[in-house]
Design a protein around this ligand. Structure first.
Ligand code: LLP
Length: 394
């Protein structure tokens, strides 16, 4: 990491290929012989270099926009490896996905289903569809990232979903293939999955009695990871919870994990610019900021930050802050970082998911470089933005 910081500069995102591969294989093997497909949630980290790693592992993909579909097409991912989620698919996006012959549309409203049917009929193809139900369970680490409760905008309630399945049972253009539910993100216990799955299984059986046989059960993503002291369930425990519900149904299981596959694989390297003391508080000002990494400011997330090299001295506590002109531009408060001095490199951990993808140019700061580390080698998979990039298109 030292070498990378010297060569590519800071701030920089670094991803470990070995870590991604290990997480993917661990998850994949946890499901054993149960027919299943991991559909990596592209939104978590959509760099083409990262998507290529998943594609090489044989992963499927979950997309939420035409932009994400474009990325996958650019690296040659076939449509039948792609599921499309999201509450606001546009006509254009639906059309593109139909043309790409994707595996499954996770439909989130009656109006979207109508649009999907009309676009399918224009293209004379059947749309492989599932309804994303809102199972009305509480889950997720933060109000902004829980999705499966009836207050949330996502999915369709049970009664509404049942009506739609039945209404379109013999539709020419809608082909019922599955059912889906994504209940939230950074979920740290299995109980919410259990609650959702019991109801999903009941629902699938009920539809079966009505003559609608669903091939896929898509259980979304959401499995949490350890950022500091969290104790997330192991992949194996998560898998056996899901398998218990899905095996008796005979469905092919789809899951859409993002964070649990890519989160732990990424770090941000940053350099100390200054240290200062104000009324008994110590601040360490670094060259990364909230525009580079939003999670602390946006979700109140705590990510561990350590020094690349130890220095002698007490383990002093400091607020680690960036150069952006907002008080919210603080990575962590009162953090036991220890002695540092200008030029020292710090490592922010667990930044592989929802890191670079949420970066912006706020304060006219170019977005950081992204680097993929393979063994002892590293390769730039997105160059650092330039000043010219900042004004491109203006
Ligand atoms: N499937 C759907 C339909 C989703 O909406 C999401 C995430 C996933 C799968 C992947 O969930 P995961 O396995 O990564 O939890 N930016 C926030 C997280 C937002 C999650 C949005 N949906 C954060 O940094 O915590």
């Amino acid at each position: 990491m030292d070498e990378a910081a010297k060569q590519v500069g800071t701030p920089a995102y670094l991803y470990s290929r070995a870590s991604i591969e290990q997480a993917y294989r661990r998850m994949d093997s946890a499901f054993g012989a149960l027919p299943h497909t991991i559909c990596y949630a592209v939104k978590a980290n959509s760099n083409l270099g990262i998507l290529r790693v998943f594609a090489a592992l044989g992963s499927g993909f979950d997309i939420v926009s035409g932009g994400e579909l474009y990325r996958l097409r650019r690296i040659g991912v076939p449509g039948n490896r792609i599921v499309f989620s999201g509450a606001g698919k546009s006509r254009e996006e639906i059309r593109e996905a139909l043309r790409a012959r994707i595996l499954l549309f996770n439909v989130e409203s009656p109006a979207e289903l109508d649009l999907l049917a009309s676009e399918a009929s224009r293209l004379r193809v059947r749309a492989p569809s599932s309804i994303r139900v809102n199972p009305d369970v509480q889950a997720g680490g933060h109000p902004h990232i829980s999705t499966g409760h009836h207050r949330h905008k996502f999915g369709i309630d049970w009664d509404g979903a049942r009506r739609l399945y039945l209404e379109h049972r013999d539709s020419r253009w809608i082909e019922w293939q599955g059912i889906s539910a994504h209940i939230g993100s950074q979920i740290l216990t299995l109980a919410p999955y259990r609650r959702a799955l019991v109801r999903l299984a009941e629902f699938v059986r009920d539809l079966g009695r009505e003559g609608i046989t669903l091939r896929y059960l898509d259980c979304g993503g959401g499995l949490g990871i350890r950022y500091t002291t969290e104790q997330p369930p192991e992949a194996a425990a998560y898998a056996s919870e899901l398998m218990r519900a899905v095996r008796p149904l005979g469905c092919h299981l789809l899951i859409e994990p993002g964070r649990s596959l890519i989160g732990p694989a990424g770090v941000i390297l940053m350099r100390v610019l200054y240290t200062k003391h104000n009324r008994g508080k110590t601040f360490v000002v670094v060259d990364a900021a909230m525009n580079d990494f939003m999670r602390p400011a946006l979700y109140g997330a705590t990510h561990s930050i350590t020094r690349m090299r130890r220095r002698a001295g007490a383990l002093t506590r400091a607020d680690i802050v960036g150069p952006v002109c907002e008080s919210g531009d603080c990575f962590v408060q009162d953090w036991p970082l220890g002695e540092v001095t200008s030029g020292d490199v710090l490592v922010l951990w667990g930044a592989g998911a929802y890191g670079f993808v949420e970066a912006s140019n706020y304060n006219s700061r170019p977005r950081p470089v992204e680097v993929l580390v393979t063994g002892r080698r590293f390769r730039v998979i997105r160059r650092r933005e330039s000043r010219a990039d900042l004004v491109r298109g203006e």
